[in-house]
Design a protein around this ligand. Sequence first.
Ligand code: SF4
Length: 257
Amino acid sequence: MVQKQPRFRIAEIFGPTIQGEGRRAGTPCFFIRFAGCDSRCVWCDSPHAVLPQYVNQTPRKTTEEIMNELGALNAGPEWVVFSGGNPALFDLQDLVDLCYSELGLKCMVETQGTVWKEWMEDVDDLCVSPKPPSSHNMLDREGLHEFLVQTAAMSTPPYLKIVVFDDNDYLYARMTHYYFPQFEMFLSVGNEDPTLPTVGNPEPDPSVTMYSPQSTQDVVLEKTRWLMERVAQDPQMSDVRVLPQLHVLAWGNERGR
Ligand code: SF4
């Protein structure tokens, strides 16, 4: 009997671009955005990869089709980022193996830390991004601990990346760093452009004042200064790194960047 190949809902495959956040910020890469997520962060700017009304309309692709699409992009990067949605919901062992063996690409995975899959042991970089209180989907300490203990066999330990919108989020980051100091931590500020579709507001009112790309960047920079000042004056956060979202500074909220 011929075995049916698994298919994955793919919101976007794009690149070359740069990784805008975390340990490898600035690194050239491709992106595969998987559609489907077990969280519903209100400010999430990828509703097309989260909300069922959009996810159900995204094409389903086999591993071979994904590989063909990736291979057809302009060459350059040595990395491919699996993002989402939550890529940890899917069995991506074959895709990880083929990216390396056929295209020579190293894999980075971005996940919120709610679901562990064994194939993640084989990736070259794992970003765990637990969601803070402002998301309305906060991952608690026990949940994060359960996930992180399973990463023990990874040759490169994962790192933590937390998006900070307000004081409560900062306290969450601080508490997380206190309980898991062995994991590198990166912080960046959230993007609050009211014209941007989000999970909490997938169809923003078009009459809301439009941001120009410049003002998006001004807002992000102002908030980043606020966050840098907090971290710089906080002895408990002396080994935490604050980064702006580089892709937002370069391209604003343009999709596919
Ligand atoms: S921010 Fe991440 S975890 Fe939260 S809903 Fe969006 S894709 Fe899912």
